[in-house]
Design a protein around this ligand. Structure first.
Ligand code: SF4
Length: 354
């Protein structure tokens, strides 16, 4: 089954297109001090190597806005400046070369200031993300709706209205919360109300274990319904891990091509250490991460090849030996310690003849 994505308007951040028919874009945010240019650039380079396509940096002061100029000289990813409240920082960030802004126009102090930001953004066609979350709802919205999906959406639409009235429709929107059901409900409602591209995320999701699960359930549910154009997984850990999780969410829903490793849960028939074998296989096969293949790691030679018939390649472990198979068909029997190396050889030979 292919997911039918909801068609949204297309925007561009630097050389990356979001919305329309474009693939879902993975983004992340640095957790370094933006004024520490060297460390920030190092983290952005690591994020890019992991598969991040757009990066956001915090801009809490003028020095951070100015640092963007130097950071941009040393990176090739589009960069978004994250601004709260101060319209001057938004303008300074644009002038320093930011490719996008995250800013809520209702919180920067009035129409004139919004118009100044819009004027600067228009000049370089810089998209603005309206990013509402449960902690940023206005008093009037809170009074009328409380912290609820209609409240989050109403708040986002208030900001949208301000930008539209200022003559700027080059935007994307997010309505993140730390509650998965509330986040899902809010995005569903928002998606039914606008055709701007949506940036998905569960905010303050937690540590790498619980945050990964919350993000996978929240972001994954929405993506499966065709909602969302770009995603950010927020974890309390090294942001590079966010990228691996984001890629896995997209791959699980077949929204991103690439290497997929499946492995059996094991049972009483297993005679080898399948847990280590699966982990080692996943690690050593990363060099094929751009290949669109499914590789199975199975715990027994009797049922393994048949159970993983849909896999392009597979290994099945037995007592001190194992099988290499392709679409359920056995290719060869090898000793346990050579299983992964032999599997790699088979994939390499195949990839050269493609
Ligand atoms: Fe059990 Fe073999 Fe199936 Fe794995 S492949 S679950 S070991 S029967």
């Amino acid at each position: 089954m292919r997911i039918q994505r909801k068609k949204t308007r297309e925007i561009r951040l630097g050389n990356i297109a979001i919305g329309g028919d474009n693939p879902i874009v993975i983004q992340s945010m640095t957790n370094t001090g933006t004024i520490d240019i060297e460390t920030t650039v190092r983290q952005i380079t690591e994020l890019q190597a992991a598969g991040c396509q757009i990066v956001r940096v915090a801009v809490p002061n003028n020095d951070s806005a100015n640092a963007i100029r130097k950071i941009k000289q040393k990176i090739s990813l589009p960069l978004i400046a994250d601004i709260h409240f101060d319209y001057k920082l938004a303008i300074a960030a644009i002038k320093a070369g930011a490719d996008g802004l995250r800013l809520n126009p209702g919180n920067i102090g009035g129409k004139q200031k919004v118009l100044s930001v819009v004027e600067a953004a228009k000049e370089r066609k810089i998209p603005i993300r309206i990013g509402v979350n449960s902690g940023s709802l206005s008093k009037s919205v809170l009074k009328k709706y409380g912290v609820s999906a209609p409240g989050l959406v109403e708040s986002a639409l208030e900001h949208v209205d301000i930008l539209e009235k200022a003559g700027y429709e080059y935007m994307k929107i997010s309505v993140k919360t730390s509650s998965v059901p509330l986040t899902i409900e809010a995005y569903r409602l928002l998606s039914s109300r606008v055709d701007y591209p949506l940036h998905l995320g569960v905010t303050e999701a937690g540590t790498d274990f619980s945050g990964t699960i919350k993000s996978a359930v929240g972001i994954g549910t929405l993506l499966a319904e065709g909602i969302g154009d770009t995603i950010r997984v927020s974890l309390t850990c090294d942001p590079v891990k966010e990228i691996a999780v984001a890629k896995q969410i997209l791959q699980s829903l077949h929204l991103k091509k690439g290497l997929e490793i499946i492995s059996c849960p094991t049972c009483g028939r297993t005679e080898i250490d399948i847990i280590s074998l699966a982990q080692e296989t996943e690690k050593r096969l990363q060099k094929f991460s751009d290949m669109n293949i499914k590789v199975a790691v199975m715990g027994c030679i009797v049922n393994g090849p048949g159970e993983a018939r849909e896999a392009d390649y597979g290994i099945a472990g037995g007592k001190r030996e194992g099988l290499i198979f392709q679409h359920g068909k056995i290719l060869k029997k090898v000793s346990e310690n050579k299983l992964i190396a032999e599997l790699i050889k088979v994939i390499e030979i195949d990839s050269q003849s493609r």
